[in-house]
Design a binder for this molecule. Structure first.
Ligand code: ATP
Ligand code: MG
Length: 287
């Protein structure tokens, strides 16, 4: 038993005291990365977990969708990444208890270029999150969700290098599998070169349309290709999910009972259950 406890402490220490860092990534645009980041984060916060969203996309959609206006983004992820600002100085409260944000600004578009010539360009975010001072800041969070941009550029690479795991929203459409295998190859390369412990958190099917036969077919293909990695929970196409960001609210706050919100609540609970199972398996392995 004491062995288990000390292993737990070691795992925690190796993360600089941080909670679990999950990169939400898919190089394909408009597949539901931001919608998943915002609503999964809100659903986790509703279970009294402390959650931090890091908006690593120059579009800033996660920041807008969480109701943080540009005028409130005084210190942003750009400043943390490129200007050595403390992580703590970039934290912004949202209207949701237990959910905080590190916002993005348009400056971040420049970071993609500036990083090309920077030293340790793939590891900037990892260093920013894992230095001792950041460790203290991150200690307060159970989960850190990083929303990434629609490319496999240096920002997404930084997210994958900094993360403990990667969560892939996948739209149920033609060519979904091609995009997924490209992303999996990138994850493999990141494991080999920078982050051997990077895990697959899972694939979540988004914008599922029950009336569309293609949706069902894509689901079948993805499940046979990826097996258990795919979450049982499927996010349906639901207009309330797309309306919510223009009100600066997560769908869970905008309309808690709509099918999209219910699906994200289910996804959060599935993620927590999976984590419990993994921890139990790890502990059994040690005993
Ligand atoms: P980008 O690659 O540009 O960052 P993204 O992968 O973050 O895009 P989102 O912004 O989450 O994707 O979603 C793309 C669009 O689809 C948005 O307008 C969003 O509101 C809408 N959308 C996302 N999920 C759903 C859904 N399940 N049902 C209906 N609309 C959705
Ligand atoms: Mg997005």
């Amino acid at each position: 038993m004491s062995q288990v406890l000390s292993l737990g402490r070691d795992v925690k220490r190796s993360r600089g005291g941080a909670g679990r860092i999950i990169a939400v990534a898919n190089q394909k645009g408009g597949v539901g990365k931001t919608t998943t980041t915002i609503n999964l984060a809100t659903a986790l916060a509703a279970t009294r977990k402390s959650v931090l969203v890091i908006d690593l996309d120059p579009q800033g959609n996660a920041s807008t969708g969480l109701g943080v206006p540009r005028s409130a983004r005084t210190v942003s992820i750009y400043d943390v990444l490129m200007r050595d600002h403390d992580l703590g100085s970039a934290l912004i409260d949202t209207a949701i208890p237990k959910l905080r944000l590190i916002a993005s600004t348009v400056d971040l578009a420049g970071a993609e270029l500036e990083l090309v010539s920077a030293e340790e360009r793939a590891e900037r975010l990892r260093q920013a999150l894992r230095n001792p001072e950041s460790g203290e800041v991150l200690e307060a969070f159970d989960y850190v969700l990083i929303d990434s941009p629609p490319s496999l550029g240096l920002l997404t690479l930084n997210a994958l290098v900094a993360a403990d795991s990667v969560l892939v929203p996948l739209q149920c459409e033609f060519f979904a599998l091609e995009g997924l295998s490209m992303l999996m190859k990138t994850v493999e390369r990141v494991r080999g070169a920078f982050n051997p412990d990077l895990r697959m958190e899972g694939v979540v099917l988004t914008m599922f349309d029950r009336r569309n036969r293609l949706s069902g077919q894509v689901e079948e293909d993805v499940r046979s290709f990826m097996g258990d990695t795919v979450f049982n929970t499927v996010i349906p196409r639901n207009v309330r999910l797309s309306e919510a960001p223009s009100h600066g609210k997560p769908a869970l706050v905008y309309d808690m009972r709509c099918p999209g919100s219910m699906a994200y609540i289910k996804l959060a609970s599935e993620l927590l259950k999976r984590e419990k199972k993994q921890k139990a398996a790890l502990n059994q392995g040690v005993e």
